[in-house]
Design a protein around this ligand. Structure first.
Ligand SMILES: [Ca+2]
Ligand SMILES: [Ca+2]
Length: 217
C-alpha cells in the first residue's frame, strides 16, 4: 500500500474511526492514577484475535528476568515498546495493519509486508519514531503523560483493539492478563516477548518498604 492508498483509506474510514473513538471515549472516564497491579477495562472493540497485549510507555531497559535479556532494540536503545499477540490458531500477516498513539489519527503507522506473527506468538514493536531502523520500528513515540493510549486498526482501517494509558512510572507495564483476552492490568514490570505476568510491588525485592503516601485519592 503506497502513500496515496493510505490517504484514501484514511478518508474512507474517517467516519468509522470517529465511531470507534466514540466507543473508546466511553471508557475514558477520568482514569485515576492507579497503583501497579490494578485493573482497567480496556478490551478489544470487535473481538479481534490480534490484540495489543502489553505496552510499556516509559522503558528504561530494566527487566526483572534473570536471563540477562533486556528490553532494548537492535541498536541498544531503550525505546518504549508495544507487544502484539496473535490469539488465532494460524499465522498472521501483519502487513497493512496500523498502530497509533492518537485516537483521531489511528492510521499513523502502517505495519509493513514481511512482518509475520505465529499462532499464540508475541511480537515486540518499538515506539521510537525510527521506522528507518526496521520493520518492527513505528512512526511514533509514546509519551507516558500525553498519550491516551495505543490503537490497533486492521488493513481496512477499522479500529480493532486499544489499550488506554495512564501516567506511568519507569518500566511499568499495561498488560492483558491472561494474554490476548484479559482485562488490562497495570504492572510494575513488563514481560517483553513472553507471557504476561503482573509483577506487583509485593513481588519485587526493591529494598524498600513499598508504596508511600501518594495522595492520589
Ligand atoms: Ca530505536
Ligand atoms: Ca508480555
Amino acid at each position: 500500500m503506497d502513500e496515496q492508498d493510505v490517504q484514501a483509506v484514511r478518508k474512507d474510514r474517517r467516519t468509522m474511526r470517529q465511531l470507534g473513538w466514540a466507543l473508546v471515549s466511553f471508557g475514558l472516564v477520568a482514569p485515576a492514577l492507579m497503583a501497579c497491579g490494578s485493573e482497567d477495562e480496556s478490551k478489544g472493540l470487535l473481538g479481534t484475535r490480534l490484540v495489543i497485549n502489553e505496552v510499556v510507555p516509559r522503558n528504561t531497559g530494566y527487566w526483572g528476568d534473570e536471563s540477562g535479556r533486556r528490553p532494548v532494540d537492535e541498536f541498544g536503545e531503550t525505546d518504549d515498546w508495544i507487544e502484539l499477540y496473535n490469539a488465532n490458531d494460524f499465522e498472521l500477516r501483519l502487513g497493512g495493519y496500523f498502530l497509533s498513539d492518537d485516537p483521531e489519527d489511528t492510521l499513523k503507522s502502517e505495519l509493513m509486508d514481511g512482518l509475520m506473527l505465529e499462532s499464540r506468538g508475541f511480537l515486540l514493536l518499538w515506539a521510537d519514531g525510527q521506522p528507518q531502523q526496521g520493520l518492527t520500528h513505528l512512526d511514533f513515540k509514546l509519551s507516558s503523560t500525553d498519550d491516551p493510549g495505543v490503537f490497533l486498526s486492521d488493513p481496512a482501517g477499522t479500529l480493532i483493539d486499544h489499550i488506554l494509558l495512564q501516567p506511568a512510572n519507569p518500566d511499568e507495564s499495561f498488560a492483558r492478563i491472561p494474554d490476548g483476552t484479559g482485562p488490562v492490568q497495570r504492572c510494575c514490570l513488563g514481560t517483553p516477548r513472553t507471557q504476561n505476568i503482573c509483577w506487583r510491588n509485593d513481588d519485587l525485592d526493591l529494598g524498600a518498604s513499598g508504596s508511600g503516601s501518594d495522595d492520589d485519592g
